[in-house]
Ligand binder design. Structure first.
Ligand SMILES: CC(C)(COP(=O)(O)OP(=O)(O)OC[C@H]1O[C@@H](n2cnc3c(N)ncnc32)[C@H](O)[C@@H]1OP(=O)(O)O)[C@@H](O)C(=O)NCCC(=O)NCCS
Length: 270
């Protein structure tokens, strides 16, 4: 996820974007990141990275450009209602609806998150992710998201790139045990200004329901408060009941509008 184009509110919209190969494309003020899907190079995802949201004309120009490069299907990132408009006017239609959850953060929440983590019966501790952990984390991540749509599956570059799209980030791992340093779960959190984004959280299927997600989320929120965030956002699929239950326990509530990923099938000769 990355800060969105910001016409409505800053919102992370990037994490689910495969990034290989990446094509940067800029209109007047908007810079897009465009990446083809690994599983199908004719599908590309467009993410407006910086600048104001694109105008409809800019989206139309971009579609033309990508058509010439052989792209047949275009996906957006997860967009707020305001940011969808230019894409919809350019012919994009809804592909996936996501819930957007929010929690205000205050300094007093620090102790609450600490207590929540301590409530985790196993007393799990998070550690910084090392470069040597990344391959195993990617495998874990793929296993955790194996039942979801391709939008949720990330590659190595995407994960690493996600660490760069916010002013500050924290990427933590919970290891399987003292004797087995392999990953049980990981969480990537970012902060830009006073807004925090839970960009990725995944627990190995065999390690779920043992408090790993709780430990990771408690750590993420504690860090966000400490680093000056006053809002935390996360998105999830409406049918992801485990994730929703976890966020609810930490006080997140669902925002009314939610987010949508939009899609456009490009005609070859138009
Ligand atoms: C969502 C996800 C991160 C939750 O991680 P988790 O480690 O299973 O979460 P926890 O164990 O902390 O909490 C889950 C449940 O286990 C329970 N639990 C926590 N510690 C426990 C323990 N020691 N023993 C038994 N149950 C426990 C919690 O009470 C909670 O129950 P509830 O859902 O009924 O409230 C995990 O399911 C996952 O990786 N899913 C796939 C990827 C994904 O969807 N990520 C989020 C995308 S937005």
């Amino acid at each position: 996820m990355a800060p969105g184009s910001g016409r409505t509110e800053p919102y992370p919209v990037f994490i689910n974007t495969p990034t290989n190969p990446v094509l940067a494309y800029s209109c007047t003020e908007t810079v897009f990141r465009i990446a083809t899907w690994q599983i199908d190079p004719h599908v590309a995802q467009i993410v407006a990275v910086t600048g104001p949201g694109p105008t409809t004309d800019e989206v139309v120009d971009l579609v033309d450009e990508l058509r010439q490069r052989g792209i047949r299907t275009l996906m957006t990132s997860a967009l707020t209602a305001g940011d969808q408009e230019a894409f919809r006017l350019a012919g994009f239609i809804p592909y996936e609806h996501l819930l957007l959850l929010h929690r205000s953060l205050t300094v007093r929440d620090q102790s609450l998150f600490k207590r929540r983590n301590l409530l985790s019966p196993s007393g799990l501790r998070t550690q910084p992710v090392k470069v040597a952990d990344r391959d195993a984390l990617l495998t874990l991540d793929q296993q955790a998201f194996s039942h979801t749509s391709p939008l949720w599956q990330v590659d190595h570059d995407t994960l690493v790139e996600a660490t760069r799209v916010t002013d500050e980030h924290r990427w933590r791992i919970v290891r399987r045990s003292r004797t087995n340093a392999g990953p049980a779960g990981h969480a990537l959190t970012g902060r830009t200004g006073t807004t925090g984004f839970l960009q990725r959280i995944a627990v190995h299927p065999a390690a779920q329901k043992r408090g790993v997600g709780t430990a990771l989320l408690a750590d993420a929120l504690r860090w966000l408060v400490r680093s000056g965030a006053r809002h935390a956002f996360v998105n999830t699929q409406p049918d992801n009941l485990q994730a929703r239950a976890l966020y609810k326990r930490f006080g997140f509530t669902i925002r009314p509008d939610g987010l949508k990923v939009l899609r456009l099938n490009i005609e070859r000769n138009s």
